[in-house]
Each structure stands twice: as C-alpha cells, then as structure tokens.
Write a protein that binds this ligand. Structure first.
Ligand code: FUL
Length: 492
C-alpha cells in the first residue's frame, strides 16, 4: 500500500527538477503534493540543485595561488605576479587524481585574500596575465575547467571578496562593482559551475576604510549566469558552513536554518553545526577541511598529511552526518598534487569501495507499524520493502498523522555488518528527530545505535554485529516519518 509512495516520490522528483531556480522559487517553496500521496511535504524543502548537491557528497578543494610560492596562508597583496611560477602545472593530473579518488568535483581558489587572479581578469593588474609564467598567457581556471570536462568532474570556484591588492577595496561601491565583474568573468567564461564559494573574511582596505559587501548583488550575478550553481557561504544562500574547519559535522544535523539571521562572516556560528529544526530555509552544511596542516602546500608540512584512517573518520563525520565533504588537497609549487596525497586518496577510495559496494540489507523483507495508534484507521502492518531496494527514489512512509513508527527487517540469513545507512526522502522535507536501531539477539531486542536526525544521509558506525532481524524505531519526528533507505555494510 505504502509502495505507492514510490510513484509519488518519482512524480515529486520530476516536479522538483522542473521547478524554476530563482532564489525565492528555490527555497521554502512547497512542491505540489502528488495525487494519492500519503505524505504532505513539510517545508522548507530543497531545490533540485540542492538535492543534486547532496548527491555529490565528496569533492576536492584546491588552495593553489600566490601563497603556494610565498609559504603564507594569507598573502599581503604586494607580491609580484612573477612570484607565481609553477614549473609543471598539470590540471589533468589533479583531475585524474580526484576522479580516481572517487570525488565528484573540485573547487579552486581562483582568487584568495591577496587578490591575485589565476585567470586573466580585466578588472585588475594583479593576475596571471602580468606574470612571466607562460609569458602572461597562462590561465589556471581554463586549464582546470578543461581537465574537469575531460575527466567528468564538476567545477566550482572560490572567489575571495576580501582583496588586499585591489586599490578600490574599501571604496565599497566601486569595489563591489569590480567584484561583480570578476564573478561575471568566472561565471561566463568557463562553462557550468556546480558551486560558487564565498569566504566571509572582510579585512582592512588599503585606505583604512572597511569594505561593505553587497551580497545580494553578488548572488544575483551567480543566479543570472549560473542558475544551477549552489552558493556557499557561512549563511548560504544555498549551502552553509558547518561552523568549524575540522571537517566534522554535528551529530544532530538539520538541513534547515533561519537563513536571514546569519550573514557571511557571522560571529554567531554556533547554530551552523546542528542547523535549526525550525529553520526557514533549506541550507545544508558543507565540511571544509585540509588534508594537511595549512590550506596551502608547503614542504615543511609534508609530514602533516592525514592518513587513510583519519580521512575515513572525516568522511564518516561529514558525509555520514547529512553534510558534504570538501577536502582540501593543495597543489605544490610544480603545480601538481603531491604523489603522496594521490596515493592516500586512492587508498581511501579503495577502503570506501570495499565497505559500501555491497548492501547487506538488499532484498530484506521489511514490515512497518506505527509506534502509536494513528488518528486515522490503518492496517497494523505495511510493506516497507522499498527501504531495502537500494533506490533512494523509492520511499516508505508511516500512515498520516503518526510521528513514530517501527520497521522490522528480516534478512534472508544472518549477516555481519558494522555500518548502518539511513536516508530520508528529503524532497518531502527533513522529519526524523530521534531513532534507535536494534537487533534480535537470542529472542530479545538489543540496541546497537541511536541517533537524532537522519536527513539526506546518516551513516552509523556500530560494533561488528551478526543478525538476521533488525528493528528501526523512529521515536519522534516533526511530521509523519518517511524513509528512503535502510542499508547495512561491513568494513573490510
Ligand atoms: C578561510 C580563509 O581565510 C582561509 O585562508 C581558507 O581559504 C579557508 C577555506 O577559508 O576563511
């Protein structure tokens, strides 16, 4: 009976994908309730582009710019363009490494706080065009965009509003126009971008004045030229900062936030981790973290590169907690991703593949019942097998009017696992507030995990367990609970 949600969700997805993508159209706008659906969407809801962003999960950040050659984290803006001098720039090598790592895209620091542009911008003298590198004909953004196309990666760009070089910085209106022109160049000359990354830093102007950024006009430029790109900043408007640079999302992680109460560079970053259950907008978190100590490469920090175990933990603490992982893997002075990092990324991929290739819950029988009698009469049990079909597009929902449910899964035979993956059909809104996972052990239920939110993707590391019957209790939810996926995996 509940399997009709399958069709409902597919219809919903089709509707979502057809939805217009303006700022207001995309956020908090209720999707049409599909005919026959047992579930009314509960907003705020993600836009189709935000759903696609959730699916991307894991991608690279590359801090590569003037600082790579001066060994600084924040340049001053007085560096000579000739200082930028990669000896063997090879963006195809980056793309190959990231593709082989199982990453879905890469975000490059097109301009960092020192103001040096990796593309020949017409808005400033401080660019690759003024460098002796490639006789002033180089364009790192172009080389990376071409490599991404070749290797099937999505491209994103980081453009720092704080600019310690540009003479207009601090003269707010003049500089805002220049920043918009830089954004326009990046949004119109390099093909589709999946994400535009804004840092909230707002430092000094050369004239002692402070710059007041015109954020709405920056967002408008991206919307006009890259309508499918999501925009990241502390406060979105599409993707929020997770509130720390350690790569760790909050265990309770709502995709929602009262977006209008935050701004880029907000001092109030504490709610960015858990999000807000009563948030007004869909604004899921992204975890940015570096594979090594600094954001930029330097030889003296080569021994700080994280190993595969640490990276796997980070992956679990981000991707496994309803966030995305933006892992910084900076290129070195040659303009290449160091071989050691390439190897570690590949090992991580092998480890993740070995764990998540085989869903041990596939084909399980699943039955569900409401945790408490629903207000409307309903059958005591319903078929919930669609949660175990490996398809996120099919979902099960509890009868309308309930906020709790119990799903019992029966595997064809006892199986051994140590990871539990849960997914909500987020196109219908994020709902679950509290859940428990139990296994049947000698005729009694034994708890192996409990949690609060689920969201797009929740992965729980549990003690290695062998069981045939499992029980998921959804103890509390904002609205009728629904589940798209219940999967089990085993680390090698
Ligand atoms: C920060 C910047 O100040 C750092 O240099 C780095 O780019 C990081 C990702 O964002 O706010």
């Amino acid at each position: 009976m509940r399997a009709l949600l399958l069709l409902a969700l597919l219809a919903l997805l089709a509707g979502a994908c057809a939805a217009p993508r303006g700022d207001d159209a995309a956020h908090g706008r209720p999707f049409p309730t599909p005919p026959g659906s047992l579930l009314t969407p509960i907003g705020p809801l993600p836009s189709a582009d935000q759903v696609a962003w959730h699916e991307r999960a894991y991608y690279a950040f590359v801090h590569f710019n003037m600082n790579t050659f001066t060994e600084r984290e924040w340049g001053e803006g007085r560096e000579s363009p000739d200082t930028f001098a990669p000896t063997e720039l090879d963006c195809r090598q980056w793309a190959r490494a990231f593709r082989d790592a199982g990453m879905k895209g890469v975000i490059l620091t097109a301009k960092h706080h020192d103001g040096f542009c990796l593309w020949p911008s017409k808005t400033t003298e401080h660019t690759v065009a003024r460098s002796t590198w490639k006789d002033g004909k180089g364009d790192v953004v172009r080389e990376l965009a071409d490599a991404c196309r070749e290797y099937g990666l999505a491209l994103g760009l980081y453009l720092s509003p704080w600019d310690r070089n540009h003479p207009a910085y601090g003269d707010s209106e003049r500089y805002n126009a220049i920043f918009r022109a830089q954004l326009t160049e990046l949004c119109t000359q390099y093909g589709p971008l999946f994400e535009v990354w804004f840092d909230g830093a707002c430092g000094e102007g050369p004239n002692g004045k402070r710059q007041v950024y015109d954020w709405p006009s920056f967002v408008a430029v991206v919307r006009e030229h890259q309508p499918h790109a999501v925009i990241f900043s502390d406060a979105g408007p599409d993707v929020r900062w997770v509130g720390n640079e350690r790569g760790i999302a909050s265990e309770t992680c709502w995709s929602m936030l009262k977006r209008d109460e935050f701004y880029p560079g907000t001092p109030n970053s504490e709610p960015l981790g858990p999000g807000q259950e009563d948030g007004t907008h869909w604004l899921p978190p992204e975890c940015d973290v570096s594979i090594r100590k600094g954001w930029y490469w330097r030889a003296s920090e080569d021994d700080t590169v994280k190993g595969v175990a640490a990276l796997e933990e980070l992956w679990l603490a981000s991707v496994g907690r309803n966030a995305n992982l933006l892992l910084n893997v900076p290129a070195d002075r040659r303009g290449k991703i160091p071989e050691h990092e390439v190897r570690v990324l590949k090992e991580l991929r092998e480890r993740l593949d070995a764990t998540y290739a085989k869903d041990l819950a596939r084909g399980a029988r699943a039955n569900a019942r409401p945790a408490a009698p629903p207000s409307a009469p309903t059958a005591p049990d319903s078929d919930a097998a669609s949660v175990c079909d490996g398809e996120r597009a099919t979902a099960w929902a509890a009868p309308a009017g309930t906020t709790g449910a119990v799903l019992v899964l029966e595997l064809p035979e006892p199986r051994t696992f140590d990871r539990v993956l849960l997914q909500e059909p987020i196109e219908l809104g994020q709902r679950v507030r509290a859940f428990r996972v139990e296994v049947e052990d000698a005729g009694r239920w034994r708890e192996i995990a409990r949690g609060t939110t689920i969201g797009h993707r929740r992965i729980l590391a549990v003690p290695r367990t062998t069981a045939r019957r499992l029980r998921l209790s959804i103890d509390d939810a904002r609205a009728t609970p629904a589940l798209a996926t219940f999967a089990l995996f085993a680390t090698p």
